[in-house]
Ligand binder design. Structure first.
Ligand code: IPM
Ligand code: MG
Length: 408
C-alpha cells in the first residue's frame, strides 16, 4: 500500500502546468467522471463552492470534470421514497470518485422512523467497502484565536485520524429493539473480523510511515473484547513496521489528551464509533467543525488512484441551511483530498490547500471562524459561503498567474 503514502507537500509552491506528465502521469486533458451528492441542509451550498474550486483547478492544471449529480439522503426520500435508489448506488460505484456534501434532515429524526437519510451514507460506505476514513486535523496558525483552546496548546498540531468505517456498532447485527415480558429491551452489536481490523490498522501504519512515524491505537481494551482483539492485531502488525512507534490509549483518556496535549498525536487509528466521536472533538482544535475534510477509501483502485468518497465531517446543519453562512472550507479541502488520492492530481491538491491558507491569512472568515468576543477582529473580513468559495478561486487563479509570470 505504498501508494497511500502522502505525496510530499509543496504548499507554498502551487504549480500551473500544461505538460502531459506534470500531473503525476495523468495525460493532460483527462476528464474525470465524478459523482456529486449535494444532499441535505447546507450540503448543496458547500458543494457548489467546492465544485467551482475544482473546476478552476481543472482549468489551471489541465483536466476536466464530468459531474453526475445524484439525489441521496433526505432529498431522495422526498423524491423517491428511499434514501438511495439502487440505480444511484450503481452510478456511484461506476465513478472515479464521489464528492459528497452532507445528509440528514430533522423531519426524519423521529426515533420510530424506519427510513432515515443516514442509511444512504452508511449504505454507500458499506456497499462500496470504504473501510478507512481519513480525517486530517491541522491548525492554521491564523485560526488559533477561533479555537477555545489556548494558542500554546495548538502549536504543532498536525494529526491524521484514521477511523474504521464499515464495521463496529454501526453495522453489527443484531441491532434492534424488542419487547419481552419484562418490557422493552434493545441491542447493538460491536463486531469485527480479524481481516477488518488488520486492513485499517495496516493502512494507518503506512500513513504513519509517511509522516512522523508515530501511531496511536485507541481502544477500550480494559472493558471490551473487541478492543482486546484490536490491540492484539496492532501488536502483531507492529513487526512489519519497525520504523513506526506505537502506543495504545484507552478512548476515554485519549479524549482528554486530545484537548490537553493535542500536538502529541501523529496518526490515530480507531474503531468506527470512537473515531466518529473523537474526530468531532478534534475539530475544536482546528477552530471549527467546518474546517475538517475527510476521505473514505476502500481497496478498489481506479485508473487514477484509490476509489473514494470525499466529504466534510460536519453534518447537514439544518439550522443554518439556505442562509449562505456555512463554512465551505472543509468541503473545498475534501476536494483537494479527492484530487490527491483518487485523481492523481497532487499539484492541484497542493494548490487548493495553499489557496485556503492564503484566504485565511488574508482575513476571510465565515461566521463559525470569527474569534470569540474580546479576541480582536481587526483585519478580518466576514464572508458568506459563496464569497469564501470565490476568495479561494481568486487565490488559486492569482497563485497560478504569479507562477506563470515568474516562469517568464
Ligand atoms: C460522520 C457523521 C455520520 C456518522 C452520520 C451523519 C451518520 O457523523 O460522518 O461523522 O456518524 O458517521
Ligand atoms: Mg460524525
Amino acid at each position: 500500500m505504498a501508494s497511500l503514502r502522502r505525496p510530499p507537500r509543496t504548499r507554498a509552491d502551487p504549480k500551473v502546468t500544461d505538460s502531459a506528465t506534470a500531473a503525476g502521469g495523468v495525460p493532460a486533458g483527462t476528464t474525470y467522471k465524478l459523482v456529486v451528492v449535494p444532499g441535505d441542509g447546507i450540503g448543496p451550498e458547500v458543494i457548489l463552492a467546492g465544485r467551482r474550486v475544482i473546476e478552476t483547478a481543472g482549468r489551471l492544471f489541465g483536466f476536466g470534470v464530468e459531474w453526475q449529480e445524484v439525489l441521496i439522503g433526505g432529498v431522495a426520500i422526498d423524491a423517491y421514497g428511499v434514501p438511495m435508489r439502487d440505480s444511484d448506488m450503481a452510478v456511484c460505484a461506476a465513478s472515479n470518485a464521489i464528492y459528497f456534501g452532507s445528509i440528514g434532515d430533522p423531519k426524519y429524526d423521529d426515533p420510530k422512523a424506519k427510513i432515515r437519510p443516514e442509511q444512504a451514507l452508511l449504505g454507500l460506505r458499506k456497499g462500496l467497502s470504504l473501510y478507512a476514513n481519513l480525517r486530517p486535523v491541522t491548525v492554521h496558525p491564523c485560526l488559533q484565536a477561533s479555537s477555545p483552546l489556548r494558542p500554546e496548546l495548538l502549536a504543532g498540531v498536525d494529526m491524521m485520524i484514521v477511523r474504521e468505517l464499515t464495521g463496529g456498532l454501526y453495522f453489527g447485527k443484531p441491532s434492534e429493539q424488542r419487547t419481552t415480558s419484562a418490557g422493552r429491551e434493545v441491542v447493538d452489536t460491536l463486531a469485527y473480523t480479524e481481516h477488518e481490523i488488520k486492513r485499517v490498522v495496516k493502512l494507518a501504519f503506512e500513513l504513519a510511515r509517511g509522516r512522523r512515524k508515530k501511531l496511536t491505537s485507541v481502544d477500550k481494551a480494559n472493558v471490551l473484547s473487541s478492543s482486546r482483539l484490536w490491540r492484539t492485531i496492532v501488536e502483531e502488525t507492529k513487526a512489519e513496521f519497525p520504523d513506526v512507534t506505537v502506543e495504545h490509549r484507552l478512548v476515554d483518556s485519549c479524549a482528554m489528551l486530545l484537548v490537553q496535549k493535542p500536538a502529541m498525536f501523529d496518526v490515530l487509528v480507531t474503531e468506527n464509533l470512537f473515531g466518529d466521536i473523537l474526530s468531532d472533538e478534534a475539530s475544536v482544535l482546528a477552530g471549527s467543525l467546518g474546517m475538517l475534510p475527510s476521505a473514505s477509501m476502500g481497496e478498489r483502485r481506479t485508473a487514477y488512484g484509490v476509489f473514494g468518497l470525499y466529504e466534510p465531517i460536519h453534518g447537514s446543519a439544518p439550522d443554518i441551511a439556505g442562509k449562505d453562512i456555512a463554512n465551505p472550507l472543509a468541503t473545498i479541502m475534501s476536494g483537494a483530498m479527492m484530487l490527491r488520492w483518487s485523481l492523481r492530481q497532487p499539484a492541484a491538491a497542493d494548490a487548493i490547500e495553499a489557496a485556503v491558507t492564503a484566504v485565511l491569512n488574508d482575513g476571510y472568515r465565515t461566521s463559525d471562524l470569527m474569534p470569540s468576543a474580546g479576541s480582536g477582529t481587526t483585519g478580518l473580513r466576514p464572508v458568506g459561503t459563496q464569497a469564501m468559495g470565490r476568495a479561494v478561486v481568486a487565490a488559486l487563479v492569482g497563485a497560478g498567474s504569479a507562477t506563470r509570470a515568474g516562469a517568464r
